[in-house]
Ligand binder design. Structure first.
Ligand SMILES: *[C@@H]1O[C@H](CO)[C@@H](O)[C@H](O)[C@H]1NC(C)=O
Ligand SMILES: *[C@@H]1O[C@H](CO)[C@@H](O)[C@H](O)[C@H]1NC(C)=O
Ligand SMILES: *[C@@H]1O[C@H](CO)[C@@H](O)[C@H](O)[C@H]1NC(C)=O
Length: 245
């Protein structure tokens, strides 16, 4: 380049340098733009945007993350612990037990709402459940860029007569539920209710109270969600079993 520009008069050489730089910048920008394009799962040309998914897994002393860290969800895993630790993305609740899991849920939902603003999709997975990668990538492709709140699970009607803020709302089965950023934008993390309540029911009620009837409730494909046991074609993997659950 320098040798070449020396052959030209300084004015033309300057123009050549400027043009080359511009072309390089445009190419670089194009590359950058492409890599920030729409979500394409494994096998697609766009690659996976790591920030577009967070797998939220409430854990306690009995949880073993070895399995999850070595499986596809490992890249997206955001453990919610009782105490801050190297494996924890969030810590909530000091010492949680099964009957204070609802407080842990409100706590991590607040943190997701405030801090995970770049993430488009969230999965809450129990530490004895697992889900299929292609199924999840397919859902992400399908609902990417959707403005409406999306809530994907297996829904249960809450009939809690002593809590008007919970009664009559639908909530996703806690082994697996998935939602998008617009749902976090409208979710109401300040709802009031009495007593210790099922944590997933509390999440559903926060959605119901904050987002109203406009939530797109999508029924999960149960054959893509495994709970405690994954069994298929003579292969059997027993996921970590949590006694106090
Ligand atoms: C609870 O919700 C159900 C279903 O929406 C409704 O039929 C029932 O009247 C409600 N009960 C109370 C006490 O609010
Ligand atoms: C759910 O997944 C199973 C197994 O892959 C598939 O056969 C079935 O068609 C799916 N059901 C729906 C409703 O997509
Ligand atoms: C997992 O499946 C195996 C074989 O079907 C069964 O023996 C075992 O009890 C199951 N474990 C749990 C925790 O459900």
């Amino acid at each position: 380049m320098l040798a070449f520009t020396r052959l030209l008069n300084p004015r033309i050489a300057a123009i050549v340098v400027v043009c080359t730089t511009l072309v390089a910048l445009l190419l670089f920008h194009g590359e950058l733009h492409l890599s920030l394009g729409g979500f394409v799962g494994e096998g697609g040309s766009g690659g996976v945007r790591p920030k577009s998914l967070a797998v939220i897994m409430p854990v306690n002393d009995n949880s073993d993350l070895t399995f999850y860290k070595n499986m596809w969800v490992g890249d997206y895993l955001r453990p919610v612990c009782d105490f801050a630790g190297p494996e924890c993305s969030m810590s909530c609740n000091e010492k949680s037990t099964w009957n204070t899991l609802h407080k842990k849920t409100v706590c991590f939902t607040k943190q997701l709402k405030e801090k995970y603003t770049d993430t488009e999709f969230f999965i809450k997975l129990d530490d004895d459940a697992f889900t299929d990668r292609e199924y999840i990538y397919g859902l992400m492709n399908q609902y990417t860029g959707m403005k409406e709140p999306v809530y994907i699970s297996d829904f249960i009607l809450n009939l809690d007569r002593s809590n008007p803020s919970l009664n009559g709302s639908y909530y996703g089965n806690g082994k697996f539920y998935m939602f998008n950023r617009p749902l976090l934008d409208c979710i109401d993390t300040n709802i009031r209710y009495r007593g210790d309540r099922n944590e997933d029911a509390v999440f559903g009620a926060m959605v119901h109270n904050g987002c109203g009837p406009d939530v797109k409730k999508i029924l999960e494909n149960d054959s893509k969600i495994w709970h405690k046991n994954y069994t298929s074609k003579n292969k059997h993997i027993e996921l970590n079993y949590v006694k106090n659950h």
